[in-house]
Ligand binder design. Structure first.
Ligand code: CU
Ligand code: ZN
Length: 172
C-alpha cells in the first residue's frame, strides 16, 4: 500500500464504529469538561480519535493550553477529595518501562479555546488489552521526562474504556 493509499485507508477507518470508546467526564471542579475517545484496531496499530470540550481555558496570553493525556491501568473513575480519580491508578505499563515509554502514554491534548480534536496512531497496545482501563486528562502538559508520570499535574477528567457493543441484529 502506498503512503497515499494508507492515508485514505485511515480516514475510512474513522467512518467505522469504534472497537472501543471512552466517555470522558470532568471532575467536580471541571463540570463542563466532556469528551469521547474512540479506538479503532488496524494492522498498523490503534487509530485513536479524541474529541474533548470544556478544557480549562488559559486566563492569560501564553497560558497553558496543553494537557497531559494517558491510559491509566485502573478500571474506575472514582477517588477521594485530594484526587478525584485516584482509582484510575498509574499509567498503563505492562512492559515495566519508564515514562514516556509507557504503553499508555499518549500525545497530550492541544486545546483551542478549550476544545481539542486529535487523531493519532499508536502501536503500544491493542484495543483488546485496554478495555476496562481508563483514559485520564491532566491539567498540565506532560514534560515527557519526569518520573513516574511526566509531572502532568492533577487529573481533571476520566473515562472508562468500553468495548463496542454487539448490535442486536447480528451485524458486527
Ligand atoms: Cu495520566
Ligand atoms: Zn507514562
Amino acid at each position: 500500500m502506498s503512503a497515499n493509499e494508507r492515508y485514505w485507508a485511515f480516514l475510512s477507518v474513522l467512518h467505522r464504529r469504534p472497537d472501543a470508546w471512552a466517555a470522558l467526564s470532568g471532575s467536580a471542579k471541571n463540570p463542563d469538561l466532556h469528551g469521547t475517545v474512540r479506538f479503532y484496531q488496524t494492522k498498523y496499530g490503534v487509530l485513536t480519535a479524541a474529541e474533548v470540550s470544556g478544557l480549562p481555558a488559559a486566563a492569560e496570553r501564553c497560558g497553558n493550553a496543553v494537557f497531559g493525556f494517558h491510559i491509566h491501568s485502573g478500571s474506575r473513575c472514582s477517588g477521594n477529595e485530594d484526587d478525584p480519580f485516584a482509582d484510575a491508578l498509574t499509567h498503563y505499563n505492562p512492559e515495566n518501562c519508564p515514562h514516556p515509554a509507557h504503553a499508555g502514554d499518549l500525545p497530550p491534548l492541544f486545546a483551542n479555546r478549550g476544545y481539542a480534536f486529535q487523531v493519532f496512531l499508536t502501536d503500544r497496545f491493542s484495543v483488546r488489552e485496554i478495555i476496562g482501563r481508563t483514559v485520564i486528562v491532566h491539567d498540565a502538559p506532560d514534560d515527557f521526562t519526569s518520573q513516574p508520570a511526566g509531572n502532568a499535574g492533577a487529573k481533571i477528567a476520566c473515562g472508562q474504556i468500553r468495548a463496542r457493543q454487539a448490535r442486536a441484529d447480528g451485524q458486527i
